[in-house]
Design a protein around this ligand. Sequence first.
Ligand code: 26V
Length: 840
Amino acid sequence: MHQIDSSATRDDTRRPATASAATDLLPAFRAALATVRGDSVAGSDAVPAARAALRAAADTCRDALAARWAATQAEDARRDPSQRRVHYLSMEFLMGRALRNALAALKLEPELQRELAAHGLSLADVLEAEPDAALGNGGLGRLAACFLDSFAETGLASFGYGLRYRYGMFAQATQDGRQIERPDDWLRHGALWDIERPDVEYIVGFGGSVGSDGIGGRRWQPAERVVARAFDFVVPAHHGQRVSTLRQWQASAEEPIDFAAFCRGDHAGAARHQVAADALNWVLYPDDSTDAGRELRLKQEALLVSASLQDLIARHLGEGRALEQLGHGNAIHLNDTHPALAPAELMRLLVDEHNLAWDDAWAITRRAVSYTNHTLMPEALETWPLRMFEALLPRHLEIIYRLNHDFLNSVRQRHPGAEALVRSVSLIDETQGRRVKMAALAVLASHRVNGVAKLHSDLMVDTIFADFAKLFPERFINVTNGVTPRRWLQQANPGLSALLDDTIGNGWRRDLGGLDALRERADDAALGARLAAVKRTNKLRLTALIRDELGIEVDPDSLFDVQIKRIHEYKRQLLNLLHVVARYQAMLAQPDGPDGQGWVPRTVILAGKAASAYHTAKQIIRLAHDIGRTVNSDPRLGGKLKVVFLPNYGVSLAETIIPAADLSEQISTAGTEASGTGNMKFAMNGALTIGTWDGANIEMAQAMGEENMFVFGLRTDDIATLRAVGYDPRWIAGQNAALRGVLDAIGNGSFSPGEPKRYRALVDGLLGADPYLLLADFADYVATQARVDALYRDPAAWNARALRNIAGMGFFSTDRTVREYADKVWSGHALAPEPGRTSG
Ligand code: 26V
């Protein structure tokens, strides 16, 4: 953490980002390097040179970014009243590393590289020394990080808000194929990037009681109060001088130690409040199998929401704007359901703390708040037991009751006698003990609710929010996800980026739509060969990483078949493994290949974390290892099939794997993957996709031409029909001898001879219910994999198709996504006439 002088003048923003900026910064870097290296020599524990250089580089970049930050804030403070500032509330931000991005934005890389070389250091080693900021779980968190990048690039006035987790999610190791979770101690060597704002702090309360304030209002007296302190992480634009901000909150006790207890010698007791406050920042997603874990989670959400909204109000008033204009000047966006307390907290702040009338406060709230849903999985739609909620947030519960009362009255007026509808949209669930339904609160308070790909937005309206969509059809829209091409193409794949510059000019770096120009060059065989050469270089790098990490030798000329993402049954890593086993058995049965042409060599690469309490996901990881061990050491295969599981999947690992992939596995059961964003990253880097008609795969296929994707499997309407007539996985297995062979081998312990029953339950789950329809899609998947092999045998055809994939990806930049949000969700003109009433 660092404190800085934020008094930079606006003139700083006018300085062109040319080589001269870099030259200005070099002396600072030299001085910083001298200091940190001096420290490391003086210290008892010699800090490796790369880490010292990393700190020096980060210090230098951070100071330059801090000046841009101050200038951006000054500019935004003067913005036109009709221009809204976006407040993006998210429990997750998967930022990854920051140095390479900062160097690229500041145009510092070549000079720094030379400077490091003069000290005998390589830039690659310095970049590698940076730990990932892995403050997220999966797609939703990485999307938030891509948005921050695009907020800066597109010049949107914004603040991202999150929590400053000390240990992030967890670091994954594997032991005998089993996932082991360890704390991810990413700040062990000190924070590199965040800037402490000692002048920005707010009190957040929990518990206590609510009474009358004596003048007709309500007063909440919390039993516990923590101080939320701000730390800013600055994200630069690449064209221009603007930056965006991720403001992360860290809680501390209002009274750091209980002095009386300390003097009595009760040292642990004296620290009790501080420890309780610290726990709020320890980890993302505390295990929610205990009441204590669930309570901690709710407190984390309240901390994020309350501190962020207090900050928003303070800034709004500080800019000399009227409180009544708060909804006109500000958008509050809920990244999934986790920050859905926000409308209740905003009402509390406006009504209780700022004395606005209820209806006025509600009008402001409705105008400001919007919500994105990121999954249809029912377990992710948070609900809280009423008793727990009341104990921690009694005033918020009162507010929710009143909102619900007004809302349900209006529903009853519009739909007399529709009590089932009333129950379904109520903010309180009465069916499983009484619970507060956070997603319902988010929908009620939002003027826009969006899904993240077309199919998902449609399904959202047809399923989880069907009744709300009947009441408020105009609220529900779609904004398809994207990814930032700075990180996922320019930085992750400099070879391909240079080839693109050479082929179509560098306009795509500013506007990814420019990739379209590649389409007409797709059949140029010489270009295809250059693309293949870039791919091969990337594959060599990944080959070396696999050797270093796992001691496994893989063939860089084999087809790299990659599935990397959270491990979840709906994503069907297990279907991938069923294919691997089917292939293995076929290779043994027909050594000359299915058609006598031999087997196309394949390396199947998997990575991903399983939630710590998710037993089946952990079994899938173990099975991948067991299959890998068997297959990789079977001499009969001649090295033509390898299976590797790379541990500790995260942003940086993805940046190495994706540019090296030939085939991208996007094989979720149709209707289950909200969008996917890995799918976009792979295609942008010239991998072909084998995928189901699900999430953003559909829009990708349409953008590149369906014939350029390996689409297989049942579609959502087929699945509905199949379920309606009754799905019988055992019957399917009965029809397919290859499938039976695969299930028998796994279920009987061929891959776990020391414990033959290890995967019995996994196989029984497939034969019994198979909720994600692996067996139903198996035959088509295997047949489609054979088509993949056939195309891979024809390099010219493969390369042409890869070029068409890249050409079709112009739409999938978060620059486009955030502009679409700005237009359809956050802009004032997107708003319906002032609702005024709770009924919306
Ligand atoms: C899942 C889990 C599972 C493990 C423990 C804690 C926890 C907390 C939240 C969730 C919900 C995750 C929602 C999510 O990440 N959705 C993903 O969002 C991406 C961006 O929109 C989208 O591309 C992916 O399809 C979707 O799965």
